[in-house]
Design a protein around this ligand. Structure first.
Ligand SMILES: [Zn+2]
Ligand SMILES: [Zn+2]
Length: 380
């Protein structure tokens, strides 16, 4: 009943799409300006999405503060009328020519990267590693798109998106939870890159940030056993337990390598998903793994780090880097969430309105009130 009403409202609103929308654009570094922008028009293979909610990501904070990895017209994203934000969901309100894959009123989460669709990596499904990144302007326009990175993102009311980036949201999932689908998709891509099927195998997830915590949920959903989560904050480790961690290790109180060896009876684990960015993470991971183990790197250390390469070689360790949420991993992560295999809502801690974005960003950046995922809801 409620769902039907929701769909009806969407169809009515589809007839009343305004010509302009409120949007936060990036001025100088750390300066966001609330402006009016024209509502964009969907082209072929595209739809117009009314954004209903968007989560703030650490990469947004990086872009707003320093610029990269955003790349607008070949340069830094400052003072280019650019809208950041990339972890959003919403409702399809207008269809481009010949689009029949989606209908008006469909609720969707949106993958960040459409890529260019024409380079070697895009053709392989690695559209997050598109070789034409940022080439979407002037005489080198290859049509590359990545929301909030090389094209306008989601700290606004409407956005145009390629149909390949859309993931249906189950009717009984809230807007807030649906913003976390892409984060779960990134964790899924990390596990995909290491193996794909890990039932009965063991994994350490290092770092209980959003990707690490949802990585726990994804690993558990795939049947990993045991799932061990390491970190420094007890409240986040506790959330990790609720998401499926069999063991948690507070590295402030116990040496993480010793703890993993103790838990596994000295065998070590099959996989490490590294989400901490800690300077010694790779060396610790090498010592946590059994020979032939695999490490997936999903976090950025702030500085170059020293790695014991001999340890990697001696133990036949493989390392994988992931960039974003490629190979349709977001669809598979969404399926786990639809099946309620883990409760992603546990990492959503705060909600603000669109006009409160600067406050929302402050909560995310300073982790005020133990903020993990801060979500911005759009006005209706
Ligand atoms: Zn993100
Ligand atoms: Zn490409």
């Amino acid at each position: 009943m409620e769902t039907n009403q929701h769909a009806c409202q969407c169809r009515q609103q589809a007839h009343s799409i305004p010509e302009t929308m409120k949007a936060w654009v990036l001025g100088d570094p750390d300066e966001l300006v609330y402006v009016d922008k024209p509502v964009p028009e969907p082209g072929p293979e595209e739809v117009l999405v009314r954004i209903d909610a968007i989560a703030i990501c650490a990469t947004d904070l990086e872009i707003i503060h320093r610029g990269p990895p955003a790349l607008i017209q070949g340069g830094l994203p400052f003072n280019r009328n650019f809208v950041p934000g990339h972890e959003y969901m919403g409702t399809v309100v207008r269809l481009g020519p010949n689009v029949d894959e989606f209908g008006i009123g469909d609720r969707v989460a949106v993958e960040i990267h459409a890529g260019c669709g024409r380079c070697e990596r895009c053709r392989e499904g690695m559209y997050t590693s598109c070789l034409n990144y940022g080439k979407n302007y002037g005489d080198q326009n290859k049509g590359h798109r990545a929301n909030g990175f090389t094209t306008d993102g989601g700290f606004t009311q409407y956005a145009v998106n390629h149909i390949n980036t859309l993931v249906r949201v189950p009717e009984d999932m809230s807007d807030e939870e649906a913003t976390l689908i892409v984060t779960a998709g990134t964790a899924m891509y990390g596990l995909d890159s290491m193996a794909g099927l890990i039932a009965g195998q063991s994994i350490v997830v290092m770092g209980p940030g959003p990707i690490g915590l949802l990585g726990v949920g994804i690993a558990k959903s795939q049947g990993a056993q045991p799932v061990i989560l390491t970190g420094t904050r007890d409240n986040r480790l506790e959330i990790g337990r609720k998401l499926g961690a069999d063991h948690t290790v507070n590295v402030g109180r116990e040496n993480a390598v010793d703890a993993v060896q103790r838990i596994t009876g000295g065998c070590g684990v099959h996989y490490v998903l590294e989400c901490s960015g800690a300077p010694n993470a790779i060396n610790d991971a090498t010592q946590m793994l059994m020979r032939g183990g695999r490490i997936c790197l999903a976090a950025f250390p702030a500085q170059p780090v020293t790695v014991d390469v001999a340890g990697l070689v001696r133990n036949n360790i493989s390392m994988f880097g992931i960039r974003g949420e490629g190979r349709s991993a977001v669809h598979r992560a969404a399926a786990f969430m639809q099946q309620k295999r883990f409760d992603a809502r546990l990492i959503h801690t705060h909600t603000f309105g669109l006009e409160e974005l600067p406050t929302a960003i402050r909560y995310a950046r300073e982790r005020i009130d133990d903020a993990i995922k801060v979500v911005v809801k759009m006005p209706r």
